[in-house]
Design a protein around this ligand. Structure first.
Ligand code: ADP
Length: 283
């Protein structure tokens, strides 16, 4: 009887090991699938602007009977394509720096009252091109100055707003700057107030089962090569990593066909990294 029991135990252990191996092999397969999807999307994203640059610059060089307006128009398209390429490469660099743990966070006094103007200046032109209104609202109790990395904060908001406009054809995009309920401060183990900055759109929305994976690198709701919206699936994973470095979290609520709201929670007083870490790293 004792032998039977041991044999059963052993069989159970073996079954568990087999399940674990299968799970692991599935994960490996998935991760290699992500990588090949990513390379396919990335090549597509690199080729599109590069093709415009090559074709249009060729036309400009030949310049057969073009008037000044045409020359300017072509030069503008070349310039935009160059900008797209630069953004893409910056995203890849950011992500690889994050993965290597090489991103530096520079804590500084950031003037929150200036944020609406900055965002309006950047995105009013985008809103004007679409049938979409754009508003930035600030609650009265928001501290006017916070201590965080302003550059990274802007990068996160720019990514969220680019997405909001990209996936919204009509209605509105609204940024709301507020102080979060105290539970959030507890969750983030913060003594001071936690800022809640939400970016709400009335766009296509995100299905429930995709709301978590879109934060993973290379993941898109529609990742097929003939998809309607461009992009590489890097923006949100960069947002999530930067938010983590700012001591915060990012959450999404969305309904297909109605719209999405991404909310960024960040401490208003980010503790600077203790100097000892830098010193240790250099050793
Ligand atoms: P990209 O926009 O380059 O595809 P992101 O990481 O920024 O990469 O976004 C990943 C995916 O999440 C998008 O491809 C899209 O499917 C979905 N998504 C992000 N933001 C929105 C939004 N505001 N509305 C609808 N879908 C969104």
């Amino acid at each position: 009887e004792e032998q039977n029991r041991l044999a059963e135990e052993r069989a159970l252990e073996l079954k568990k090991a087999k399940d674990e191996l299968e799970e692991y092999s599935l994960q490996l397969q998935q991760s290699s699938q992500y990588k090949s999807d990513f390379l396919a999307n990335m090549s597509h994203e690199l080729r599109t602007p590069l093709n415009s640059i090559l074709i249009l610059s060729q036309m400009l060089m030949e310049n057969g009977g073009m008037d000044q307006d045409e020359v300017e128009e072509y030069a503008r398209v070349v310039n935009t394509a160059g900008g797209d390429l630069l953004r893409l490469i910056d995203d890849i660099l950011d992500l690889s720096k994050i993965e290597a743990g090489k991103i530096e966070i520079l804590t500084d006094e950031v003037n929150v009252t200036e944020l609406p103007q900055t965002l309006k200046r950047l995105f009013d032109p985008v809103a004007a091109k679409k049938n979409v209104t754009f508003e930035v609202l600030t609650d009265a109790n928001v501290p006017p100055v916070i201590s965080t990395d302003g550059q990274r904060l802007q990068q996160i908001l720019k990514n969220l707003l680019s997405n909001a406009f990209k996936f919204t054809e009509q209605g509105s995009v609204t940024v709301q700057i507020a102080v979060s309920p105290p539970e959030k401060a507890e969750q983030l183990r913060c003594s001071g107030p936690v800022l809640a900055i939400s970016v709400a759109d009335t766009g296509i929305g995100i299905p429930d089962d995709k709301q978590q994976i879109i934060f993973e690198a290379f993941q898109q709701v529609d990742g097929t090569t003939n998809r309607q919206y461009g992009g590489t699936g890097l923006g949100l994973s960069i947002c999530r990593e930067f938010t983590r470095l700012l001591g915060g979290v990012i959450e999404v609520e969305s309904e297909v066909g109605k719209g999405s709201t991404f909310t960024l929670y960040i401490p208003s007083q980010l503790e600077p990294e203790p100097v000892v870490f830098t010193a240790l790293e250099e050793v």
